[in-house]
Design a protein around this ligand. Structure first.
Ligand code: 9MR
Length: 606
């Protein structure tokens, strides 16, 4: 029985997924690789929003009807069932190979009025309970593998039975009866008891534990406990209910009774605006809760209570008083939030796939490291896009550049193919002449073969062609870009896979081989075109994604160390140094890649 209970047999239920390629890992792909379920609550009205549909089906392998399977929705008049919306959700789940969680058969908050307001004898009420469950579970027999049979049957505070119409008309054994009827209707379905505020060790979770223990001892068919996990920022801190130790202890004791646990309605509310700090803390807490679930060995699914913040139930003032609350994984525009990246990274790492975040970023999230200077230590940014036409989010000044892909560029000195690739202006640096008028913009993109770099330099006095390009290239007009492809953004020295590519303005003269310099630049196989422009010069360059020195796989939210400099000369030697990464205050990038910023790939098709 333990086996049967624990196995929510991933293989038999597991959808085959993956419309997307391995280069762009989705949450769903990473969940599949872990033989784990990530789900989201969905309403039928969400399905008329194409972005919503796309997000649900690509990112989740499980779904729950947020409201439309509840008794007050399905059986508005006695014996009259309306399954239109349920069927629509069911069809959607099946078309997209998603496991459907039935939520919920018996819940005081959504009991049909005709029942709550009626006066039924115990026997009549039991008959009504049985009819409802047999009809609903029976209709979807074999299609809905998990049901939340009873929701929130235990009272807050004291762990006693909640007083509900079902409990009043039938008695405390309505819960047990509901489980028996559900089992009768579909003996294969896994049957869950679901509740909130029972993540940690408290009177309610004790009561649930005792009930499950009793059910198991007496053969009442129960297979799982759903911990809703409607959390508030801070709930995962030491000593709190959702902390790894306390929630871990609760999940373990339930698991040892022979039931599985699922986190069924995860969201994290907070006060005020979702500032960068709040979003970072939220990410940390999402990650912590998922980690506790995975570490327990008994937790088989992680379901978020909605997809985009804009449709969260917490935005409804009847439930929560903060119209700005941002409790979910995707923001109002379906952009993945730091919380999304944090759990994607955790699942990727556990599956032995390339991490999504650097070790430093994880250490900052988990609080082991304070954010400080240096690329590797930069906070997880919340991507925002000020111009909808732009192919990737706005850059984070001096820290993160979002590079859209796939975009194919022809190195021809023209910029029409760079349209809507975000540009970053660099006009600061450690060495600037009085009245400096030199600045440049850079942009980066990639397709499936190459990484492309563009620099548009404003420079009223070009100076090139007077230095030895092999050794003194940086003393004359030149633009540099740097890559750290090793995955270790803390790296403090040059190793294979780290490269400084200095591109001389002297390439305007169209030499046979590109004039380049910089550490490891001979391993870069860089191609270059340089042209004069009205107010300076322009450089287009590309490097192969795969060389003997590195393998770059552009993946959505995948990270490379990245830096860019400009060297300016107006007469015979360098008088201007412009530097993008804010972590490099002293022109150290040539020897120390830990001061690079980050290039984050952004799949423009998402
Ligand atoms: O999110 C749901 C909201 O849209 C409904 O109006 C509400 C009433 O049916 O139910 C909400 O979902 C609840 C879930 O079914 C049980 N746990 C608490 C959830 C939030 O209230």
């Amino acid at each position: 029985m333990l086996c049967l209970a624990l196995l929510l047999a991933f293989t038999s239920l597991a959808p085959t997924t993956a419309q997307s390629t391995p280069a762009t890992p989705t949450l769903r792909e990473m969940a599949d690789k872990n033989k784990f379920y990530v789900g989201a609550a969905v309403y039928t009205y969400h399905l008329s929003d194409p972005l919503h549909v796309e997000t649900v089906k690509t990112q989740f392998n499980m779904m729950t009807p947020e409201n439309e399977a509840k008794a007050c929705e399905l059986q508005k008049a006695r014996g009259v069932f309306n399954f239109t919306k349920m069927d629509q959700l069911m069809d959607f789940a099946e078309q997209n190979n998603m496991v459907f969680r039935g939520h919920t058969l018996v819940w005081h908050s959504c009991t049909p009025n005709w029942f709550s307001n009626g006066k039924f004898s115990r026997d009549e009420a039991i008959q009504i309970l049985r009819d409802h469950i047999m009809t609903v579970v029976g209709r979807y027999k074999g299609r809905i593998p998990i049901w939340d049979v009873v929701n929130e049957g235990i009272a807050d505070g004291n762990g006693k039975m909640r007083v509900t119409p079902w409990q009043q008309m039938i008695g405390d054994d309505y819960i047990e009866l509901a489980f028996r009827f559900a089992h009768e209707a579909d003996p294969e379905a896994l049957l869950f008891y679901n509740d909130y505020g029972a993540e940690g060790m408290n009177a309610k979770s004790d009561a649930i534990y005792n009930m499950v223990k009793d059910f198991k001892a007496r053969g009442v068919p129960i297979d799982g406990v759903g911990l809703q996990a409607h959390l508030t920022l801070g709930d995962t801190r030491n000593g709190r209910g959702a902390s790894p130790r306390i929630m871990g202890e609760n999940i373990k004791r339930l698991g040892e009774l022979g039931v599985q646990v699922q986190l069924t309605e995860v969201d994290i509310k907070h006060k005020g605006e979702p500032t960068e700090d709040i979003l970072r803390q939220e990410a940390a807490e999402y990650r912590s809760v998922l980690q506790t679930c995975l570490d327990s060995g008994y937790c088989t699914a992680f379901i978020v209570w909605g997809v985009t913040d804009k449709y969260s139930w917490l935005r409804d003032s009847r439930f929560y008083d903060n119209p700005k609350v941002a409790p979910l994984l995707f923001d109002d525009h379906y952009q993945p939030k730091p919380a999304f990246t944090a759990i994607l990274d955790l699942l990727a790492r556990r599956a032995g796939e390339p991490p999504i975040l650097s070790d430093d970023e994880v250490a900052i999230l988990t609080g082991e490291k304070k954010p400080d200077s240096g690329a590797g230590a930069a906070a997880v940014p919340a991507p925002t896009k000020s111009d909808p036409a732009q192919l990737a989010p706005d850059s984070v000044a001096g820290a993160v550049y979002y590079a859209p892909f796939p975009v194919t560029i022809t190195l021809d000195g023209e910029t029409d193919d760079w349209t809507n690739v975000p540009r970053v202006t660099v006009d600061k640096g450690p060495t600037l002449p009085a009245g400096n008028d030199t600045s440049y913009q850079f942009a980066v993109t990639a397709d499936d073969k190459k990484l492309y770099f563009l620099a548009e330099v404003k420079d009223s006095k070009l100076a090139y062609g007077t230095h030895n390009p092999a050794s003194e290239w940086y003393l004359e007009d030149s633009v540099e870009f740097y890559l750290n492809t090793t995955g270790d953004l803390k790296l403090g020295e040059y190793k294979p896979g780290v490269v400084q590519i200095g591109i001389l303005a002297a390439n305007i003269t169209k030499p046979d081989a590109p004039l380049i310099g910089g550490g490891n630049s001979d391993t870069s196989q860089v191609s270059v075109v340089a042209v004069k422009t009205e107010d300076g010069y322009r450089i287009e360059a590309s490097v192969p994604l795969v060389t003997d020195a590195w393998k770059i796989v552009p993946a959505h939210m995948g990270v490379l160390g990245f830096q860019s400099h400009l060297n300016g000369s107006s007469a015979d030697t360098r008088d201007t140094k412009l530097i993008w990464s804010a972590a490099d205050t002293q022109d150290e990038s040539w020897s120390n890649p830990s001061v690079f910023g980050q290039l984050v790939f952004w799949d423009k098709t998402k």
